[in-house]
Design a protein around this ligand. Structure first.
Ligand SMILES: *Cc1c(COP(=O)(O)O)cnc(C)c1O
Length: 493
C-alpha cells in the first residue's frame, strides 16, 4: 500500500501540534481540565478507550459491552447520589445531559409546540439556553441574590406559570461555585407539581465525597426528579462522558428518540447522537472501577484542602474577594468594592497568566431585575492543585501586585465607534445581527482580533482583558455573533 508518511512521522507531527495547547497536566490551567495527578489513570483510560475503539455504541444489543458498562456506571452513581432506584443514560457530556433533561421533561409533560418554559437561576449553565433554543421552549432566567449568588425559593416561585414544565437548580453553579437551596426548591417543585432537575454536571462527583457537611442536594431531597453529573469533570475521565439520572422510569424513556417508520434499521437513541463512540463510557467506567468510592474520597479530600488554602490566599489580598458562597471545588474572584484599591479581576487573571497559571475570565452580567453580577475570575481546583499550591499562591499574590492600580480593562479602541453607534441608535442590534460574516470579520480584524492568526500562538496574540471588556461593552447578542465569526474563521483554512 502506498502511503505519504509513516505513522511515526504523523504522530510526531501531532505531538508537535499539541505543543500549541495549554498544559493539560500539572495544575497550571484552572479550568477545562480535571487532572487527578495519577499518571496511571491516564494510561488506564487510554487502554480502555483503545479496547472499545471499533465499537459502535449505537446498538448495545450488538455490542453488549456498552450496556454492561452503562449498568455499572449507573449503579455507581446510584450509590454516590443516594438514589437506589435511579435510572438513566450515559451521555457524551454535560451539555447533552442538560438538553436531554429538558427534552425528557418537555415530552413527558406533553408540551405543545411553541409553548412551555423552564425556570432556572441566572447562574445556571448556558447549556440550558442551548436546550431551550434547540427544543423550542423558553428559558426564564431568575435573578439570584447578588451577595450569596444563590437563587431564592421566592424568586423561583414567582417565575412559575402555567407554561412551566421544569425547574432547574445547580449543585454547584459554574460562575461562582455556589449551590442553590435544593431542599427548598424540592419542596416548591413538589407543591407546584413541577419536576426539578439538579445540574451537578460540574461538581457532582466532588460533592458526593466532600469532607465538610453540605446541604442535601441529591436524590435524598424529595422533589428532585433528575440529576446530571459529568464523568469527564470530577470523574477524571477523558472528555466524552456524563450521566443523566432520573427518579421516574417514564421520564427517562421520554428522553429517548425512537422510530421504526423509515425503510432502514429501527432507530432507538437514548442520547442525541446516532453512531457513537464507546471511548468515553469505557474510560469513565475503568476509572470508576479503579478508584472506587475510597479513591474518589481521597482525591476530594486533597481538593477540599487546596480550595480552602486558595480561598484564604484570596481573602488575604487587599482589593480582591471571593464572590458568593461557594461550597465545593470551584470559586470566583471579583474586585473588592470595600477596598480602597480594588483590583480588576481581568487584569488580575492576565497578570497571573504571566506568572504561569491560567485562570478563566468571566464578564459581568446584568440580571433581569437590573442587579449586577460583577466581572470575575473563575478557578477550578483539582487534585493536582495541591501539588502546586505554594507556586500558585505566589502567582495569585504577584498578579494582584502587578494589576493593582491599573484600573478596569478597556475594549480595543477600534470598537469604540461601534459601542457609540449602539448607544446613540445609529446601529440597532437587529441591523448588526443581519450583517454578513465578511463585515463582522472586518470589524474583528479592525479591532485587532484576527481569526487568521496562527493557532500555535493564539493565546499570546489575544489581549484577553480587552476582549472581555469588548464583550461587556457591546450588546450580548452582537458579541455572540462576533465570537461565532471568530471561531468559525479560526477553524477554517
Ligand atoms: C460543564 C458544565 C455543563 C456543561 O457540560 P459540558 O460537559 O461542558 O458540555 C453544564 N452545567 C454545569 C454546571 C457545568 O459546569
Amino acid at each position: 500500500m502506498s502511503r505519504s508518511r509513516s505513522p511515526e512521522q504523523i504522530l510526531a507531527e501531532l505531538a508537535r501540534r499539541r505543543t500549541a495547547d495549554a498544559p493539560t497536566h500539572g495544575g497550571r490551567v484552572l479550568s477545562y481540565v480535571y487532572d487527578s495527578g495519577l499518571a496511571e489513570l491516564d494510561e488506564l483510560a487510554a487502554g480502555a478507550a483503545a479496547l472499545v475503539q471499533p465499537v459502535n455504541a449505537l446498538d448495545p444489543t450488538v455490542f453488549g459491552s456498552v450496556a454492561s458498562l452503562e449498568r455499572d456506571l449507573i449503579s455507581f452513581a446510584r450509590t454516590a447520589f443516594h438514589g437506589p432506584e435511579a435510572i438513566g443514560s450515559v451521555t457524551s457530556g454535560g451539555t447533552e445531559s442538560c438538553i436531554l433533561a429538558v427534552k425528557a421533561a418537555r415530552d413527558l409533560a406533553g408540551v405543545a409546540a411553541g409553548r412551555g418554559s423552564i425556570v432556572l437561576p441566572s447562574t445556571a449553565h448556558a447549556a440550558f439556553d442551548k436546550a431551550a433554543a434547540l427544543l423550542g421552549v423558553r428559558a426564564v432566567r431568575v435573578p439570584v441574590d447578588p451577595v450569596t449568588t444563590a437563587v431564592t425559593v421566592e424568586a423561583m416561585a414567582a417565575a412559575i406559570d402555567e407554561q412551566t414544565f421544569l425547574l432547574v437548580a445547580s449543585a454547584p453553579n459554574y460562575p461562582t461555585g455556589t449551590m442553590d437551596p435544593i431542599e427548598d426548591l424540592g419542596a416548591l417543585a413538589s407543591a407546584r407539581g413541577v419536576p426539578l432537575h439538579v445540574d451537578a454536571c460540574l461538581g457532582g462527583f466532588a460533592l458526593a465525597w466532600w469532607p465538610e457537611p453540605l446541604p442535601a442536594w441529591d436524590f435524598r431531597v424529595p422533589g428532585v426528579t433528575s440529576i446530571s453529573a459529568d464523568l469527564h469533570k470530577y470523574g477524571y475521565a477523558p472528555k466524552g462522558a456524563s450521566l443523566l439520572l432520573h427518579t421516574d422510569r417514564d421520564r427517562h424513556r421520554a428522553g429517548f428518540f425512537a422510530t421504526t417508520d423509515w425503510p432502514g434499521y429501527p432507530v432507538v437513541n437514548p442520547t442525541l447522537l446516532g453512531s457513537r463512540s464507546a471511548a468515553g463510557l469505557a474510560s469513565a467506567w475503568a476509572i470508576a472501577e479503579y478508584l472506587g468510592p475510597a479513591g474518589f474520597s481521597a482525591l476530594v479530600a486533597d481538593i477540599a484542602a487546596a480550595t480552602a488554602r486558595l480561598r484564604a490566599v484570596v481573602d488575604d489580598i487587599d482589593g480582591l474577594r471571593v464572590t458568593g458562597h461557594p461550597a465545593g471545588p470551584v470559586f470566583a474572584v471579583t474586585a473588592d468594592p470595600a477596598s480602597t484599591s480594588p483590583i480588576d479581576p481581568h487584569r488580575w487573571s492576565s497578570a497571573v497568566a504571566d506568572h504561569g497559571f491560567t485562570l478563566q475570565a468571566q464578564p459581568r452580567y446584568v440580571q433581569s431585575d437590573g442587579t449586577l453580577l460583577p466581572a470575575s475570575t473563575h478557578l477550578t481546583v483539582t487534585p493536582v492543585t495541591a501539588g502546586v499550591l505554594e507556586e500558585l499562591s505566589a502567582a495569585l499574590r504577584a498578579g494582584a501586585a502587578d494589576a493593582r492600580g491599573a484600573g478596569a480593562a478597556q475594549p480595543p479602541q477600534a470598537l469604540a465607534g461601534l459601542t457609540d453607534a449602539f448607544a446613540d441608535g445609529t446601529l440597532t442590534v437587529d441591523d448588526a445581527l443581519a450583517l454578513p460574516s465578511e463585515a463582522v470579520e472586518a470589524a474583528l480584524i479592525g479591532a485587532g482580533i484576527d481569526p487568521h492568526t496562527d493557532p500555535s500562538g493564539a493565546a499570546e496574540a489575544l489581549d484577553l482583558p480587552a476582549v472581555i471588556a469588548a464583550i461587556e461593552s457591546l450588546p450580548r447578542p452582537v458579541t455572540a455573533k462576533m465570537l461565532t465569526e471568530f471561531l468559525a474563521a479560526y477553524g477554517n483554512p
